[in-house]
Design a protein around this ligand. Structure first.
Ligand code: CAA
Ligand code: FAD
Length: 379
Protein backbone atom coordinates (compact mmCIF):
# COMPACT_ATOMS: atom_id res chain seq x y z
CA UNK A 1 0.00 0.00 0.00
CA UNK A 2 1.49 3.32 -1.05
CA UNK A 3 0.01 6.51 0.37
CA UNK A 4 2.44 8.72 -1.51
CA UNK A 5 0.86 10.86 -4.22
CA UNK A 6 2.51 11.00 -7.64
CA UNK A 7 3.99 14.21 -9.05
CA UNK A 8 0.99 14.51 -11.35
CA UNK A 9 -1.52 14.03 -8.53
CA UNK A 10 0.25 16.66 -6.41
CA UNK A 11 0.17 19.04 -9.37
CA UNK A 12 -3.57 18.56 -9.86
CA UNK A 13 -4.17 19.08 -6.15
CA UNK A 14 -2.18 22.31 -6.20
CA UNK A 15 -3.92 23.56 -9.35
CA UNK A 16 -7.34 22.95 -7.79
CA UNK A 17 -6.24 24.61 -4.54
CA UNK A 18 -4.98 27.67 -6.41
CA UNK A 19 -8.15 27.85 -8.47
CA UNK A 20 -10.33 27.65 -5.36
CA UNK A 21 -8.37 30.43 -3.67
CA UNK A 22 -8.16 32.78 -6.64
CA UNK A 23 -11.50 32.16 -8.36
CA UNK A 24 -13.96 30.71 -5.87
CA UNK A 25 -13.19 32.24 -2.49
CA UNK A 26 -14.21 35.74 -3.47
CA UNK A 27 -17.95 36.08 -3.67
CA UNK A 28 -18.75 32.68 -2.16
CA UNK A 29 -20.88 34.28 0.58
CA UNK A 30 -22.81 36.44 -1.90
CA UNK A 31 -23.41 33.54 -4.28
CA UNK A 32 -24.78 31.51 -1.36
CA UNK A 33 -26.92 34.35 -0.08
CA UNK A 34 -28.46 35.18 -3.45
CA UNK A 35 -28.47 31.68 -4.99
CA UNK A 36 -26.17 32.76 -7.81
CA UNK A 37 -24.77 30.03 -10.04
CA UNK A 38 -20.95 30.36 -10.43
CA UNK A 39 -21.18 30.73 -14.23
CA UNK A 40 -17.77 32.27 -14.89
CA UNK A 41 -16.02 29.98 -12.42
CA UNK A 42 -17.56 26.86 -13.95
CA UNK A 43 -16.48 28.05 -17.40
CA UNK A 44 -12.92 28.38 -16.11
CA UNK A 45 -13.10 24.96 -14.44
CA UNK A 46 -13.92 23.61 -17.88
CA UNK A 47 -11.01 25.44 -19.50
CA UNK A 48 -8.67 23.94 -16.89
CA UNK A 49 -9.92 20.44 -17.67
CA UNK A 50 -11.72 19.93 -14.36
CA UNK A 51 -15.10 19.08 -15.89
CA UNK A 52 -13.98 15.95 -17.73
CA UNK A 53 -11.11 14.96 -15.52
CA UNK A 54 -11.20 11.21 -16.03
CA UNK A 55 -12.32 11.22 -19.67
CA UNK A 56 -9.90 10.05 -22.34
CA UNK A 57 -8.30 13.05 -24.11
CA UNK A 58 -9.60 11.68 -27.43
CA UNK A 59 -13.07 12.68 -26.16
CA UNK A 60 -11.95 16.06 -24.86
CA UNK A 61 -11.12 15.02 -21.31
CA UNK A 62 -8.01 15.28 -19.15
CA UNK A 63 -7.30 11.53 -18.93
CA UNK A 64 -6.56 11.62 -15.19
CA UNK A 65 -7.16 8.96 -12.57
CA UNK A 66 -9.89 8.91 -9.93
CA UNK A 67 -7.43 9.66 -7.14
CA UNK A 68 -6.64 13.00 -8.84
CA UNK A 69 -10.37 13.59 -9.11
CA UNK A 70 -10.82 13.08 -5.34
CA UNK A 71 -7.96 15.49 -4.65
CA UNK A 72 -9.39 18.17 -6.92
CA UNK A 73 -12.94 17.74 -5.64
CA UNK A 74 -11.75 18.13 -2.05
CA UNK A 75 -9.94 21.37 -2.86
CA UNK A 76 -12.90 22.87 -4.70
CA UNK A 77 -15.44 21.79 -2.06
CA UNK A 78 -13.24 23.14 0.71
CA UNK A 79 -14.01 26.62 -0.54
CA UNK A 80 -17.26 26.31 -2.51
CA UNK A 81 -19.39 23.18 -2.18
CA UNK A 82 -21.83 24.50 -4.80
CA UNK A 83 -19.17 24.64 -7.51
CA UNK A 84 -18.08 21.18 -6.35
CA UNK A 85 -21.47 19.58 -6.98
CA UNK A 86 -21.63 21.04 -10.49
CA UNK A 87 -18.21 19.50 -11.08
CA UNK A 88 -19.17 16.19 -9.52
CA UNK A 89 -22.35 15.72 -11.55
CA UNK A 90 -20.60 16.59 -14.81
CA UNK A 91 -17.58 14.38 -14.14
CA UNK A 92 -18.75 11.35 -12.33
CA UNK A 93 -22.37 10.98 -13.41
CA UNK A 94 -22.68 12.47 -16.89
CA UNK A 95 -19.21 12.13 -18.47
CA UNK A 96 -18.37 8.85 -16.74
CA UNK A 97 -21.72 7.33 -17.75
CA UNK A 98 -21.30 8.36 -21.37
CA UNK A 99 -17.67 7.32 -21.64
CA UNK A 100 -18.31 3.87 -20.21
CA UNK A 101 -21.65 3.04 -21.81
CA UNK A 102 -22.49 5.32 -24.76
CA UNK A 103 -21.98 4.46 -28.43
CA UNK A 104 -19.11 5.95 -30.42
CA UNK A 105 -21.55 8.32 -32.17
CA UNK A 106 -23.03 9.44 -28.85
CA UNK A 107 -19.56 10.07 -27.45
CA UNK A 108 -18.56 12.14 -30.46
CA UNK A 109 -21.72 14.20 -30.32
CA UNK A 110 -22.33 14.57 -26.59
CA UNK A 111 -19.31 13.52 -24.54
CA UNK A 112 -16.75 15.73 -26.26
CA UNK A 113 -18.43 19.09 -25.49
CA UNK A 114 -19.27 17.90 -21.96
CA UNK A 115 -15.77 16.69 -21.14
CA UNK A 116 -14.13 19.82 -22.51
CA UNK A 117 -16.47 21.98 -20.46
CA UNK A 118 -18.07 23.63 -23.48
CA UNK A 119 -21.45 22.64 -22.04
CA UNK A 120 -22.52 20.99 -18.81
CA UNK A 121 -24.75 18.03 -18.15
CA UNK A 122 -27.40 16.81 -15.75
CA UNK A 123 -28.34 13.35 -14.48
CA UNK A 124 -32.08 12.85 -14.09
CA UNK A 125 -33.17 9.86 -12.04
CA UNK A 126 -35.21 11.23 -9.12
CA UNK A 127 -38.93 11.84 -9.39
CA UNK A 128 -41.60 13.06 -6.98
CA UNK A 129 -42.47 9.42 -6.19
CA UNK A 130 -39.11 7.80 -6.92
CA UNK A 131 -36.22 9.08 -4.85
CA UNK A 132 -34.63 6.38 -2.72
CA UNK A 133 -37.05 3.93 -4.33
CA UNK A 134 -35.48 4.55 -7.71
CA UNK A 135 -37.01 1.52 -9.47
CA UNK A 136 -40.48 3.09 -9.12
CA UNK A 137 -39.97 5.32 -12.17
CA UNK A 138 -43.18 6.99 -13.37
CA UNK A 139 -41.61 8.82 -16.30
CA UNK A 140 -42.39 6.79 -19.39
CA UNK A 141 -40.69 6.46 -22.75
CA UNK A 142 -42.93 4.74 -25.27
CA UNK A 143 -41.25 3.02 -28.22
CA UNK A 144 -42.67 4.60 -31.39
CA UNK A 145 -40.37 2.88 -33.86
CA UNK A 146 -37.69 5.38 -34.80
CA UNK A 147 -38.13 7.40 -31.60
CA UNK A 148 -39.40 7.25 -28.03
CA UNK A 149 -42.10 9.53 -26.66
CA UNK A 150 -41.01 10.79 -23.27
CA UNK A 151 -43.54 11.91 -20.64
CA UNK A 152 -43.15 12.65 -16.95
CA UNK A 153 -41.51 14.78 -14.30
CA UNK A 154 -38.05 14.64 -12.78
CA UNK A 155 -37.27 16.59 -9.66
CA UNK A 156 -34.29 17.87 -7.72
CA UNK A 157 -32.14 18.01 -10.84
CA UNK A 158 -28.71 19.57 -10.25
CA UNK A 159 -27.63 21.81 -13.16
CA UNK A 160 -31.33 21.69 -14.09
CA UNK A 161 -31.38 25.07 -15.79
CA UNK A 162 -27.73 25.38 -16.75
CA UNK A 163 -27.21 22.06 -18.50
CA UNK A 164 -27.43 21.48 -22.24
CA UNK A 165 -27.35 17.68 -22.15
CA UNK A 166 -29.54 15.61 -19.85
CA UNK A 167 -29.34 11.90 -19.13
CA UNK A 168 -32.93 10.94 -18.39
CA UNK A 169 -33.98 7.60 -16.89
CA UNK A 170 -37.45 6.39 -17.84
CA UNK A 171 -39.69 3.33 -17.76
CA UNK A 172 -40.18 1.71 -21.15
CA UNK A 173 -41.87 -1.52 -20.06
CA UNK A 174 -43.59 -1.49 -16.68
CA UNK A 175 -44.10 -5.29 -16.64
CA UNK A 176 -40.36 -5.83 -16.66
CA UNK A 177 -39.95 -3.63 -13.56
CA UNK A 178 -36.34 -2.40 -13.22
CA UNK A 179 -35.31 -4.39 -16.28
CA UNK A 180 -37.80 -2.33 -18.31
CA UNK A 181 -36.02 0.96 -17.62
CA UNK A 182 -33.86 2.85 -20.12
CA UNK A 183 -31.50 5.84 -20.08
CA UNK A 184 -31.75 8.50 -22.78
CA UNK A 185 -29.73 11.50 -23.86
CA UNK A 186 -32.05 14.49 -24.10
CA UNK A 187 -31.10 17.92 -25.39
CA UNK A 188 -32.21 21.16 -23.85
CA UNK A 189 -34.66 22.97 -26.07
CA UNK A 190 -36.40 19.94 -27.53
CA UNK A 191 -40.12 20.49 -27.97
CA UNK A 192 -42.10 19.51 -24.88
CA UNK A 193 -39.14 19.81 -22.51
CA UNK A 194 -39.71 22.41 -19.81
CA UNK A 195 -37.57 23.49 -16.85
CA UNK A 196 -39.47 24.17 -13.62
CA UNK A 197 -38.85 26.79 -10.96
CA UNK A 198 -35.56 26.91 -9.05
CA UNK A 199 -35.63 25.24 -5.63
CA UNK A 200 -34.95 27.53 -2.64
CA UNK A 201 -32.42 25.46 -0.77
CA UNK A 202 -30.85 25.27 2.72
CA UNK A 203 -27.36 24.76 1.34
CA UNK A 204 -25.32 24.43 -1.84
CA UNK A 205 -27.33 27.47 -2.85
CA UNK A 206 -24.98 28.45 -5.67
CA UNK A 207 -25.93 25.29 -7.56
CA UNK A 208 -29.22 25.29 -9.44
CA UNK A 209 -31.76 22.60 -8.67
CA UNK A 210 -34.93 22.31 -10.74
CA UNK A 211 -37.80 20.05 -11.67
CA UNK A 212 -37.97 19.08 -15.32
CA UNK A 213 -41.18 18.36 -17.19
CA UNK A 214 -41.39 16.24 -20.32
CA UNK A 215 -44.53 16.29 -22.45
CA UNK A 216 -44.44 14.11 -25.57
CA UNK A 217 -40.75 14.81 -26.09
CA UNK A 218 -39.51 12.92 -29.17
CA UNK A 219 -36.25 11.21 -28.29
CA UNK A 220 -34.51 9.60 -31.31
CA UNK A 221 -33.86 5.87 -30.92
CA UNK A 222 -30.15 6.48 -31.34
CA UNK A 223 -30.21 8.49 -28.08
CA UNK A 224 -30.92 5.46 -25.92
CA UNK A 225 -27.82 4.42 -23.98
CA UNK A 226 -26.95 0.75 -24.30
CA UNK A 227 -29.20 -2.23 -24.94
CA UNK A 228 -32.94 -2.09 -24.33
CA UNK A 229 -33.61 -2.42 -20.58
CA UNK A 230 -30.12 -1.37 -19.53
CA UNK A 231 -31.19 1.92 -17.91
CA UNK A 232 -31.43 0.88 -14.27
CA UNK A 233 -28.14 -1.00 -14.31
CA UNK A 234 -26.69 2.08 -16.03
CA UNK A 235 -27.95 4.36 -13.25
CA UNK A 236 -26.73 2.10 -10.45
CA UNK A 237 -23.29 1.62 -11.96
CA UNK A 238 -22.86 5.32 -12.66
CA UNK A 239 -23.98 6.18 -9.13
CA UNK A 240 -21.34 3.84 -7.66
CA UNK A 241 -18.71 6.17 -9.09
CA UNK A 242 -20.75 9.30 -8.43
CA UNK A 243 -20.76 8.49 -4.73
CA UNK A 244 -16.97 8.87 -4.69
CA UNK A 245 -17.46 12.40 -6.04
CA UNK A 246 -19.97 13.31 -3.33
CA UNK A 247 -17.81 11.66 -0.66
CA UNK A 248 -14.95 13.92 -1.82
CA UNK A 249 -17.25 16.93 -1.75
CA UNK A 250 -18.12 16.04 1.86
CA UNK A 251 -14.44 15.57 2.65
CA UNK A 252 -13.69 19.03 1.28
CA UNK A 253 -16.45 20.65 3.34
CA UNK A 254 -15.10 18.92 6.47
CA UNK A 255 -11.50 19.91 5.74
CA UNK A 256 -12.51 23.52 5.07
CA UNK A 257 -14.49 23.75 8.31
CA UNK A 258 -11.66 22.11 10.25
CA UNK A 259 -8.96 24.45 8.90
CA UNK A 260 -11.03 27.52 9.75
CA UNK A 261 -11.68 26.14 13.23
CA UNK A 262 -8.03 25.37 13.92
CA UNK A 263 -7.02 28.87 12.89
CA UNK A 264 -9.79 30.44 14.96
CA UNK A 265 -8.97 28.33 18.03
CA UNK A 266 -5.35 29.49 17.89
CA UNK A 267 -6.36 33.15 17.68
CA UNK A 268 -9.45 33.55 19.83
CA UNK A 269 -8.79 34.11 23.49
CA UNK A 270 -11.08 33.33 26.44
CA UNK A 271 -10.15 33.17 30.13
CA UNK A 272 -6.74 34.63 29.35
CA UNK A 273 -5.60 32.05 26.80
CA UNK A 274 -6.21 30.93 23.22
CA UNK A 275 -9.26 28.66 23.23
CA UNK A 276 -7.20 25.78 21.77
CA UNK A 277 -5.61 25.58 25.22
CA UNK A 278 -8.96 24.55 26.65
CA UNK A 279 -9.02 20.81 26.36
CA UNK A 280 -12.70 20.73 25.39
CA UNK A 281 -11.81 22.68 22.23
CA UNK A 282 -8.53 20.84 21.58
CA UNK A 283 -10.34 17.48 21.79
CA UNK A 284 -12.95 18.64 19.29
CA UNK A 285 -10.13 19.48 16.88
CA UNK A 286 -8.50 16.11 17.54
CA UNK A 287 -11.75 14.31 16.75
CA UNK A 288 -12.24 16.40 13.61
CA UNK A 289 -8.72 15.67 12.33
CA UNK A 290 -9.09 11.95 13.04
CA UNK A 291 -12.49 11.61 11.36
CA UNK A 292 -11.30 13.58 8.34
CA UNK A 293 -8.25 11.36 7.95
CA UNK A 294 -10.44 8.27 8.07
CA UNK A 295 -12.87 9.77 5.54
CA UNK A 296 -9.98 10.65 3.23
CA UNK A 297 -8.66 7.10 3.39
CA UNK A 298 -12.08 5.70 2.45
CA UNK A 299 -12.35 8.13 -0.49
CA UNK A 300 -8.87 7.21 -1.68
CA UNK A 301 -9.51 3.49 -1.27
CA UNK A 302 -12.67 3.69 -3.37
CA UNK A 303 -10.94 5.86 -5.99
CA UNK A 304 -7.95 3.60 -6.21
CA UNK A 305 -10.21 0.53 -6.52
CA UNK A 306 -12.03 2.31 -9.33
CA UNK A 307 -8.72 3.01 -11.06
CA UNK A 308 -7.88 -0.68 -10.71
CA UNK A 309 -11.17 -1.66 -12.35
CA UNK A 310 -12.57 -3.27 -9.18
CA UNK A 311 -16.23 -3.33 -8.11
CA UNK A 312 -16.72 -0.13 -6.12
CA UNK A 313 -20.36 -0.51 -5.08
CA UNK A 314 -19.42 -1.18 -1.44
CA UNK A 315 -16.32 1.02 -1.16
CA UNK A 316 -18.06 3.98 -2.88
CA UNK A 317 -21.07 3.67 -0.54
CA UNK A 318 -18.81 3.37 2.50
CA UNK A 319 -16.83 6.45 1.48
CA UNK A 320 -20.02 8.46 0.97
CA UNK A 321 -21.67 7.23 4.19
CA UNK A 322 -18.65 8.02 6.34
CA UNK A 323 -17.45 11.21 4.65
CA UNK A 324 -20.92 12.77 4.70
CA UNK A 325 -21.33 12.01 8.41
CA UNK A 326 -17.87 13.46 8.98
CA UNK A 327 -18.79 16.62 7.07
CA UNK A 328 -21.92 17.07 9.17
CA UNK A 329 -20.22 16.33 12.51
CA UNK A 330 -17.20 18.50 11.75
CA UNK A 331 -19.26 21.43 10.46
CA UNK A 332 -21.49 21.41 13.56
CA UNK A 333 -18.42 21.43 15.82
CA UNK A 334 -16.80 24.13 13.68
CA UNK A 335 -19.77 26.40 14.42
CA UNK A 336 -19.42 25.55 18.11
CA UNK A 337 -15.70 26.39 18.14
CA UNK A 338 -16.47 29.74 16.50
CA UNK A 339 -19.03 30.59 19.20
CA UNK A 340 -21.31 33.47 18.20
CA UNK A 341 -19.13 34.18 15.18
CA UNK A 342 -19.91 30.68 13.94
CA UNK A 343 -23.53 31.68 13.63
CA UNK A 344 -23.01 34.53 11.17
CA UNK A 345 -22.20 34.51 7.48
CA UNK A 346 -18.78 36.12 7.31
CA UNK A 347 -17.04 33.29 9.15
CA UNK A 348 -18.12 30.69 6.52
CA UNK A 349 -18.74 27.78 8.89
CA UNK A 350 -22.50 28.32 9.10
CA UNK A 351 -22.64 27.93 5.30
CA UNK A 352 -20.48 24.82 5.53
CA UNK A 353 -22.89 23.36 8.09
CA UNK A 354 -25.82 23.98 5.73
CA UNK A 355 -23.83 22.64 2.76
CA UNK A 356 -22.75 19.51 4.63
CA UNK A 357 -26.31 18.27 5.18
CA UNK A 358 -27.02 17.58 1.50
CA UNK A 359 -24.15 15.11 1.28
CA UNK A 360 -26.17 12.79 3.53
CA UNK A 361 -29.17 13.03 1.20
CA UNK A 362 -28.29 13.10 -2.50
CA UNK A 363 -26.81 10.32 -4.60
CA UNK A 364 -28.50 7.98 -2.14
CA UNK A 365 -29.31 8.92 1.46
CA UNK A 366 -27.18 7.51 4.29
CA UNK A 367 -29.91 4.93 4.90
CA UNK A 368 -29.62 3.84 1.26
CA UNK A 369 -25.83 3.60 1.51
CA UNK A 370 -26.35 1.21 4.43
CA UNK A 371 -28.72 -0.85 2.27
CA UNK A 372 -26.12 -1.00 -0.51
CA UNK A 373 -23.32 -1.90 1.92
CA UNK A 374 -25.30 -4.48 3.90
CA UNK A 375 -26.63 -6.20 0.75
CA UNK A 376 -23.12 -6.20 -0.66
CA UNK A 377 -21.49 -7.75 2.39
CA UNK A 378 -24.31 -10.29 2.78
CA UNK A 379 -23.71 -11.61 -0.74
N1 CAA B 1 -24.45 -1.26 -8.19
C1 CAA B 1 -24.83 -2.03 -9.22
N2 CAA B 1 -26.04 -2.60 -9.29
C2 CAA B 1 -26.88 -2.37 -8.26
C3 CAA B 1 -26.55 -1.56 -7.17
C4 CAA B 1 -25.26 -1.00 -7.16
N3 CAA B 1 -24.86 -0.21 -6.15
N4 CAA B 1 -27.59 -1.50 -6.32
C5 CAA B 1 -28.56 -2.26 -6.87
N5 CAA B 1 -28.13 -2.78 -8.04
C6 CAA B 1 -28.85 -3.66 -8.96
C7 CAA B 1 -29.18 -5.00 -8.31
O1 CAA B 1 -28.12 -5.91 -8.46
C8 CAA B 1 -30.41 -5.43 -9.08
O2 CAA B 1 -30.05 -5.91 -10.34
P1 CAA B 1 -30.45 -7.42 -10.83
O3 CAA B 1 -31.93 -7.54 -10.68
O4 CAA B 1 -29.98 -7.47 -12.22
O5 CAA B 1 -29.72 -8.32 -9.89
C9 CAA B 1 -31.13 -4.10 -9.34
O6 CAA B 1 -30.13 -3.08 -9.24
C10 CAA B 1 -32.24 -3.82 -8.36
O7 CAA B 1 -31.66 -3.91 -7.07
P2 CAA B 1 -32.50 -4.23 -5.78
O8 CAA B 1 -33.31 -5.47 -5.98
O9 CAA B 1 -31.57 -4.18 -4.62
O10 CAA B 1 -33.52 -2.99 -5.82
P3 CAA B 1 -34.21 -2.20 -4.66
O11 CAA B 1 -35.33 -1.47 -5.30
O12 CAA B 1 -34.51 -3.05 -3.49
O13 CAA B 1 -33.07 -1.15 -4.16
C11 CAA B 1 -31.53 0.70 -4.38
C12 CAA B 1 -32.26 -0.47 -5.03
C13 CAA B 1 -30.10 0.28 -4.09
C14 CAA B 1 -32.17 1.17 -3.10
C15 CAA B 1 -31.58 1.81 -5.46
O14 CAA B 1 -32.93 2.11 -5.75
C16 CAA B 1 -30.83 3.07 -5.08
O15 CAA B 1 -29.62 3.12 -5.20
N6 CAA B 1 -31.58 4.13 -4.64
C17 CAA B 1 -30.98 5.45 -4.40
C18 CAA B 1 -31.11 6.29 -5.64
C19 CAA B 1 -30.07 7.33 -5.73
O16 CAA B 1 -28.94 7.17 -5.31
N7 CAA B 1 -30.41 8.42 -6.35
C20 CAA B 1 -29.48 9.47 -6.64
C21 CAA B 1 -29.99 10.36 -7.76
S1 CAA B 1 -28.71 11.27 -8.55
C22 CAA B 1 -28.30 12.46 -7.49
O17 CAA B 1 -28.75 12.50 -6.38
C23 CAA B 1 -27.28 13.46 -8.00
C24 CAA B 1 -26.99 14.57 -7.09
O18 CAA B 1 -27.64 14.74 -6.12
C25 CAA B 1 -25.92 15.47 -7.30
P1 FAD C 1 -37.22 9.51 0.17
O1 FAD C 1 -36.82 8.47 -0.75
O2 FAD C 1 -38.67 9.90 0.20
O3 FAD C 1 -36.68 9.28 1.58
C1 FAD C 1 -37.19 9.93 2.76
C2 FAD C 1 -36.49 9.31 3.98
O4 FAD C 1 -36.83 7.93 4.08
C3 FAD C 1 -34.97 9.37 3.90
O5 FAD C 1 -34.42 9.57 5.18
C4 FAD C 1 -34.59 8.01 3.41
O6 FAD C 1 -33.28 7.61 3.74
C5 FAD C 1 -35.65 7.15 4.10
N1 FAD C 1 -35.88 5.88 3.40
C6 FAD C 1 -36.46 5.69 2.19
N2 FAD C 1 -36.48 4.38 1.88
C7 FAD C 1 -35.89 3.73 2.91
C8 FAD C 1 -35.59 2.36 3.19
N3 FAD C 1 -35.88 1.39 2.33
N4 FAD C 1 -34.97 2.06 4.37
C9 FAD C 1 -34.64 3.04 5.24
N5 FAD C 1 -34.90 4.35 5.03
C10 FAD C 1 -35.50 4.69 3.89
N6 FAD C 1 -31.59 13.44 -8.11
C11 FAD C 1 -31.23 13.23 -9.40
O7 FAD C 1 -31.68 12.30 -10.02
N7 FAD C 1 -30.36 14.08 -10.00
C12 FAD C 1 -29.81 15.14 -9.39
O8 FAD C 1 -29.02 15.87 -9.98
C13 FAD C 1 -30.18 15.38 -8.03
N8 FAD C 1 -29.71 16.48 -7.36
C14 FAD C 1 -30.21 16.78 -6.12
C15 FAD C 1 -29.88 18.00 -5.53
C16 FAD C 1 -30.46 18.36 -4.32
C17 FAD C 1 -30.13 19.68 -3.71
C18 FAD C 1 -31.39 17.48 -3.68
C19 FAD C 1 -32.06 17.85 -2.39
C20 FAD C 1 -31.68 16.26 -4.26
C21 FAD C 1 -31.10 15.90 -5.47
N9 FAD C 1 -31.46 14.72 -6.11
C22 FAD C 1 -31.10 14.49 -7.41
C23 FAD C 1 -32.44 13.83 -5.49
C24 FAD C 1 -31.84 12.96 -4.40
O9 FAD C 1 -31.05 11.95 -4.95
C25 FAD C 1 -33.02 12.39 -3.58
O10 FAD C 1 -33.56 13.46 -2.85
C26 FAD C 1 -32.59 11.27 -2.66
O11 FAD C 1 -32.21 10.13 -3.42
C27 FAD C 1 -33.68 10.89 -1.66
O12 FAD C 1 -34.91 10.72 -2.28
P2 FAD C 1 -36.23 11.46 -1.69
O13 FAD C 1 -35.90 12.89 -1.57
O14 FAD C 1 -37.37 11.09 -2.56
O15 FAD C 1 -36.40 10.88 -0.26
Amino acid sequence: MDFKLTEEQLMIQQAARDFAQTELQEGVIERDENQIFPTEQVKKLGELGFLGMMVDPKYGGSGLDSVSYVLAMEEIAKVDASAAVVMSVNNSLVCAGLEKYASEEQKEKYLKPLASGEVIGAFCLSEPEAGSDATSQKTTAIDMGDHYLLNGTKNWITNGNTASTYIVIAQTDIDKKHKGINAFIVERGWKGFEVGAKEQKMGIRGSDTHSLMFTDVRVPKENRIGEDGFGFAFAMNVLNGGRIGIASQALGIAQGAYELSLKYAKERKAFGTEIINHQAIAFKLADMATEISAARLLCMKAASEKDNGQDISISGAMAKLFASKTAMDVAVEAVQIHGGNGYVREYHVERMMRDAKITQIYEGTSEIQKIVISRGIAK
